[in-house]
Design a protein around this ligand. Structure first.
Ligand code: SF4
Length: 89
């Protein structure tokens, strides 16, 4: 599975990725801003697929952790744990 930090030309490349890891994981303005960046990304589907299958933190593929939890439940996906994950290249 292609990992999001290999998505050359992703919308989050070259921008401050702090917004993708808001303190308030679901409702902060940074969260909304990060989701807007994702909506313009050509890799949003691939990124979401990755984030659904791995226990990543923050906003990935335009979704928050809580939203991914709900999607996993609906799609019957059990995520794999990760270690030393990073957001983008
Ligand atoms: S969908 Fe969002 S988090 Fe994923 S690569 Fe694109 S901009 Fe980055």
């Amino acid at each position: 599975m292609l990992k999001p930090w290999n998505f050359e030309g992703a919308s989050c490349w070259g921008i401050d990725t702090e917004m993708f890891f808001p303190e308030d994981r679901n409702y902060s303005p940074e969260n909304v801003q990060a989701k807007k960046v994702c909506q313009s990304c050509i890799y949003i589907k691939e990124c979401l697929t990755y984030a659904l299958h791995y226990q990543v933190l923050g906003i990935w593929g335009g979704t928050s952790m809580m939203e991914r939890q709900a999607l996993r439940k609906k799609l019957n996906i059990i995520p794999r744990p990760i270690t030393n994950e990073r957001h983008t290249a």
